[in-house]
Design a protein. Structure first.
Length: 408
């Protein structure tokens, strides 16, 4: 990673400045970004706007990252967008120092913005990748900025404190924009948000889940909070373009939107839940939601984590709920070894452990144990692990593989 927007801005110039023609909602935060992004796009789509969403990372396929009217592109169309961005990247790379080059995320983001522009998207809902100030997505100009949450993550790049991280994320707030804040933000982050909003004359909204909210298809109490934020962000955007929020459209979005990899149940027995929680705050939200999703009974844990995460804190919340654990490794060069997880678990006094490097084998063993003991299985710890297991189980990351966007 090389922070800075120079490469991205050069890419946009080569591609004809598509970002300047896109109206946008920008979603930032430590947790809840992808769910909130998809929810905002779903609400706006049901108000008659031609909507696109851009999220990261993907679970199974890169094509998941860009959806237009809630549909992935056909693979050939996605490849064409990548080829267009790659050609631009080659031109930009020739202007850079020998040790500098366009990054993969910059290329993907440029391809998405170019494709959105070419498909006459009326509003793009864009999830930031990392931070905000120097993230490739911040070349867009957003009428509405959303901050879902702030936690201590990526401190090597964003700074060691919540205040530092909030500063980096909120640097993207445009003058006169609307800033929507997720519930439960730390006091330090709220202080930064209020100061930034004052400096830029931005309107601040702090929505909370309320009784009478529409029933959600997405599982989990945390999704109720995400939907409240999404509804406020969508309403703020609609107000800016002279459209009134319709309760029927809101209810339809709530009933239909799915978020793959979040509290996702596999079919068959025993009950098996896959969740992409990958840091302590996300694990806390997962634990809060478990009683409403899984039936009572012995719980088997399948866990794989990347090496830059606070695995000890995550295990500290999960292991008291479990009778047995299988530690594995997501298919990533940054995966923490199963042996390292085992060592952390033993330090926490947990001994019913097996190590299986291959995620699908770990899940199979855990399911066999849970079936024998009348229990359930929880697989979590990483977006990459969730993707590995869903792919091995034959799932499409969108859960609706036939819903693809027709030719450009």
């Amino acid at each position: 990673m090389r922070f800075g927007l120079d490469r991205m801005r050069r890419m946009m110039t080569v591609l004809g400045s598509p970002e300047q023609r896109l109206a946008a909602v920008h979603v930032l935060g430590t947790n809840g970004k992808t769910s909130t992004t998809r929810m905002i796009a779903a609400i706006l789509q049901r108000h008659g706007l031609r909507t696109a969403s851009y999220t990261s990372p993907h679970l199974i396929s890169y094509t998941e990252r860009l959806q237009i009217e809630e549909r992935e592109l056909e693979p050939a169309d996605f490849a064409a967008a990548i080829a267009q961005a790659s050609a631009a990247a080659e031109r930009v790379n020739r202007t850079l120092a020998e040790d500098d080059h366009v990054t993969q995320f910059e290329l993907l983001t440029a391809a998405a913005l170019w494709e959105m522009d070419g498909r006459a998207v009326e509003v793009a809902v864009v999830e930031a990748g990392l931070g905000g100030r120097y993230d490739a997505t911040s070349v867009i100009g957003a009428r509405v900025t959303v901050l879902t949450s702030v936690g201590l993550e990526h401190t090597r790049w964003l700074g060691p404190t919540v205040t530092d991280i909030a500063e980096e994320k909120l640097a993207v707030v445009a003058p006169g924009a609307t800033l929507v804040l997720g519930p439960g933000l730390p006091a330090e982050a709220l202080a930064v948000a209020e100061r930034v909003a004052g400096e830029r004359q931005a309107r601040v909204l702090r929505p909370q889940p309320q009784e009478g909210m529409p029933a959600l298809r997405a599982r989990g109490a945390f999704q109720q909070r995400n939907f409240a934020v999404a509804a406020a962000a969508a309403e703020a955007y609609l107000r800016d373009v002279g459209i009134a929020l319709e309760e029927g459209a809101l209810a339809q979005a709530a009933a239909e939107i799915e978020v793959p990899g979040r509290l996702q149940l596999l079919g068959g027995e025993p009950p098996t839940l896959i969740d992409s929680a990958h840091n302590p705050d996300a694990i806390s939200a997962l634990v809060e939601s478990l009683p409403a999703v899984l039936p009572p009974g012995p719980l088997a844990l399948v866990m794989g984590v990347l090496d830059d995460k606070d695995a000890a804190a995550m295990l500290g919340m999960l292991l008291p709920l479990c009778e047995r654990a299988w530690f594995t490794a997501p298919r990533s060069s940054r995966a923490l070894s199963p042996a390292a997880l085992q060592s952390l678990a033993r330090q926490l006094g947990f001994s019913e452990i097996a190590c299986e490097p291959r995620p699908e084998r770990a899940l199979s063993a855990a399911r066999a144990w849970a079936l024998e003991h009348g229990g359930c299985v929880l697989a979590t710890g990483s977006v990459y692990l969730a993707g590995d297991l869903l792919a091995a189980a034959g799932f499409s990351a969108t859960l609706t593989p036939s819903r693809r966007q027709s030719n450009r």
